[in-house]
Every structure is written in C-alpha cells, then in structure tokens.
Design a protein around this ligand. Structure first.
Ligand code: MG
Length: 376
C-alpha cells in the first residue's frame, strides 16, 4: 500500500464493496489532506492520542481491579477487538484503516464501572434523554475532547461518526467495515469473558460442557492433547473459540456478499446486515451468551460490586448536582448550554474506576476537589 491510499491503489487492493478513501465525505470542519497519512489513519491517530482513549486503561470491562490483574480492561478489550476486526477485514479485502479507527473508537464513551456504571447514569438522566456509552463516544468525538484550536472534538471522518451513529439507533445497514467491528466486538467479549471468569474461578473447566459451542471446542482440544493442565487447556480453548467464530463468519459473509453481488460500498448499505455468523453459529453463540450472563455477569461476586458501584455513582451525581460550581472549568460550556445533569454525567463518564471511587469517597464526606484539581 502506498503511504496515502489513492483511487488506483485502492482499486487494486480492496474489494469493490469495500469503502474506498477517495469516496469519503470528509470532515465537518474541512481540513487539507495530510501529506503522508490517509484520512482513516489520521482518525486512528486522533483517537489514540485523545484523553478518553487513555482512560480506557483504568476502566473495567466486566471485572474491576479488585478482582486481580489478569483480566481485560476496557483498553485491552478494545485492542482485541481491533485485532479480530482487522483479521476479518483483511480476509474480506475491506478498508482496514477504517476498521481500525472505528474499532478504537467503539468503547471510548464507556463510563467507569462498565455496564453497571452506564445503567445507573442512564437512570439518573432519564429526564434528560438518558445516557448511553455509544452516544457518549459521539459526544467525545464531536464535542468533549479539546485538542485542536480550529474545531471542537476530534473532527473525525464522516464514515467513522456515521458508523458509531448506527449503534444508537440509526436505521439501515452500516458500511461492511463497521459491521466487521460489531462482530469482532462480540467475538472478543464472548471469548475473553470466559477466560477471565475461569481465571477467577467463577467458571470451572467442566462448565465448558454447558453449551454446545464451548463443548465443541473443549472436546476437540481434549481429543488432541490428553494431559493438559487447566490453565493451558483454557488458553487453547479461548484461541480455538476465536478461530472457529472468525472462520464461520468469514465463510458465511463471503457467501452472502457473493449472493448480494455487491459492486460498491454504498450497495452494502441498502441490504440487510451481511457480516454475521451462520445461522447455526448464531444459535450456539446466543446460548453461550445466555450461559455467560447467568453464570458470570450475574455471579454473586460481580453483583455485590454492582450495588456498591451504583451507590458511588449516585453519590457523586448528587454531590455535583448540588455543587456544580465545583466541576472542573472545562465543563462550563456544557453547564450553560445543556444544564447541570448533562455536565455532571459528562464529568462522571470521564472518570476512571479509580478516580470515580476516589470521588465517591471524597463526596461522601463532603470534601470538594482542591483548587488545582478543579482546574483539570
Ligand atoms: Mg466493546
């Protein structure tokens, strides 16, 4: 690939149904092309260098830091999504740079404490349109990040923002590159949550026989290697689970693309979702997810954390609702344009698990942030 994708190079390297950079609708605030980076490469760099992305390293995926140091954080989950998505994208001859940027952005809007944190913020904001991590990623990209003098947000390419908009209810089908990111997200969490839960003892190796998808993988591995210890067995199984899902999605998607006879990326937006598992795999995946939900996400140890997390977030929210003047100065424009609740929610969503916990303890004792912290 030449440093900057050109119409000619993309025609050779990408499928006709891939999104070609030359067709990009550009950015909300027009900018000159970069001398040696393509538009999505530039988007990727903007996301990686933004504060919200860095904070993912201290935001939980399913388990907080108190569970140990083996499990995924929101950042390492994101990197696994990027890796799987690029594999799918390259095999389908799609635009890998668009895929990478969209995957890096996909969880940037997550508040501290994962879905528990998101749910309580959504409840607290029910009169203000609610809170959703996918919508928050768009707020961050378009408004909240302050890194450029000429525009608010990151001024990402239209295609990246459009892809994120499908996650909050935009109708129709997104570009195939965005569909790939959605599937990679699902493969990543379905498999790494099994790994993390087993490491913590929330799932036992014999639980692998509980669903047909895991059983298939476990049986295959036990047959090939008879004397594996539990740890190595688990690693081989996780690897195999990713592999069989990626291979299934690739085969099923290639079939659908062939049948749809697509000749452009725009045509992919006019037909139902094409990047998806086979019907059989979708059923197995659904059962495995239901099993994970019951056994892991609703595990008493996880639920105990959940109630603590809710009271922390409620406490911070109430405190700053009463003391909006103590919010860092950068929330002033949100306070005046969108009101206290939204500004407080933006502030909370910006916290990491650790800083949210510190805020909760401090606000419980009615201790305001120090003048230095108030500026940050
Ligand atoms: Mg995700």
């Amino acid at each position: 690939m030449p440093p900057i994708p050109t119409g000619k190079s993309e025609k050779i390297l990408l499928a006709p149904y891939a999104f070609h950079c030359v067709s990009s609708r550009g950015r909300r605030y027009p900018e000159a092309a970069h001398p040696y980076r393509g538009p999505f490469q530039r988007d990727r760099d903007r996301i990686i260098h933004c504060a919200a992305f860095r904070r993912l390293s201290e935001k939980m995926q399913v388990f907080t830091a108190e569970f140990g140091h083996y499990h995924r954080t929101r950042l390492t989950h994101t990197m696994e999504v990027v890796s799987i998505a690029r594999t799918l994208g390259r095999a389908l001859a799609l635009n890998e740079e668009l895929i990478e940027a969209a995957a890096l952005l996909h969880d940037v809007g997550h508040p501290p404490f994962g879905h528990a944190g998101e749910k309580i913020l959504d409840d607290l904001l029910k009169n203000e349109g609610g809170f959703n991590h996918n919508g928050q990623a768009l707020r961050i990209a378009e408004k909240l990040e302050r890194r450029y003098a000429d525009f608010p947000g990151l001024n990402l390419s239209w295609e990246i923002l459009d892809g994120q908009a499908f996650k909050i209810g935009k109708k129709g089908s997104p570009l195939l590159e965005i569909q790939v990111v959605d599937m990679a997200d699902s493969i990543a969490y379905d498999t790494h949550d099994v790994d993390d839960a087993m490491e913590m003892g929330l799932l036992q190796p014999e639980d692998c026989l509980g669903t047909s998808l895991w059983k298939l993988s476990a049986t295959k591995i036990r047959k090939r290697w008879q004397n594996l210890d539990d740890d190595l067995f688990r690693q081989l199984m996780i690897r195999d689970l990713i592999d069989i899902q990626v291979s299934d999605i690739l085969a099923a998607t290639q079939n659908r693309i062939r049948t749809a006879n697509l000749s452009s990326s725009e045509e992919a937006r006019t037909v139902p979702i094409l990047v998806a598992p086979s019907a059989e795999m979708a059923e197995q995946k659904g059962k495995a997810e239901a099993f994970l939900f019951q056994k892991v996400y609703r595990h008493p140890k996880v639920m105990r954390h959940r109630s603590r997390i809710c009271s922390w977030i409620e406490g911070i929210f109430e405190f700053y609702r009463q003391h909006a003047e103590l919010l860092p100065r950068r929330y002033a424009p949100i306070l005046s344009a969108e009101g206290t609740d939204r500004a407080v929610a933006d502030f909370i969503a910006d916290q990491t698990d650790r800083s949210a916990r510190a805020e909760a303890l401090r606000t419980q004792h009615d201790q305001p942030r120090s003048p230095i912290e108030a500026v940050l």
